[in-house]
Design a protein around this ligand. Sequence first.
Ligand code: TXA
Ligand code: MG
Length: 330
Amino acid sequence: MKAETRVATAGEGISAAASLLAGGDLVALPTETVYGLGADALDPAACAKIFEAKDRPLSDPLIVHVPSIDWLDRLAVVPEAARRLAENFWPGPLTLVLPRRETVPDLVTAGQETVAIRMSSHPLFREVLKAFGRPVAAPSANRFGRISPTCVEHVLAELEGRIPLVLDGGPCAHGIESTIVLVAADGLHILRNGPVTAEELAAFGPVHGSVAGISAPGGLASHYAPRTPLVIGEPASATDLRKSHAAGGTGVLKPCPVTVGLLSWRSAGEGFARVEPLSKTQDLREAAANLYGAMRRLDAAGLALILAEPVPETGLGAAIMERLRKASAR
Ligand code: TXA
Ligand code: MG
């Protein structure tokens, strides 16, 4: 039988979340990036419940969220560059991949010799960690391979009946997952683009883009995927798509048998069955914050196809395009 999922708010919700964590249970919590599904990171039995609730393969390691920066040395071997990154960007949307210590359960690292660590800046998340007093392992609070949740409604759509509690912190400020950086002797390897950009990281060492070979295990090609097929292209290609359904030779468009929705950057999206603008002012921050909600709305609209208009690939645009490419991979 399914358990009921309760939605709680600040105050009472914080102590309820901390006691569930202490009892080895799961809670969905807001972070500044996306909602996370948390469990006691040092309790393998509690972390096992995360994999179960998400249908996540055990080969995909979890990010450990620390209550304070001094936990770093208890969980990992910390090179100087990593310490400087933590001091500069924490609390905030940056995850560091470092050589692990024995304290971290194998289940959390998926048996790897590294551990991913971050410190969230979300006030509710921080209060829960303060009350709980230990690190919390938390992947995004969605079923495996699906779009990360950026508000409580998304969490419920993914995990209702599978978890006891979700703490409501409103919509997430960034709306996309943290930047993941592997700190190596030759510099910083970006395993996942995110709110902390390559440009910002460059002050801390040579930056290497995400490369095949060393990449996040969860960096599978088809991640963050809506159920509706998604293709990336200029909106003109939707016109072409419609023309291909036009009556042979007459040049007259028949009512289009395919309904195409547009995730738009610049285009007004004339002729599309549904349009979701990422940002009316072409602001990449706003676009990132809207991305997953817009993808979910298009996915729910009963369309045959979603066309995603590309965004400029600078700053946060790199992170947005990375998500769109993954959403378009089948
Ligand atoms: O913003 C975020 O990072 C959110 C919030 C909740 O903190 N969390 C999140 O977790 O996105 P998740 O599990 O959905 O994505 C974490 C990614 C996965 O692709 C995982 O494979 C990768 O991080 N990862 C975890 N540990 C790793 C490690 N030791 N080495 C390389 N990649 C790792
Ligand atoms: Mg995820």
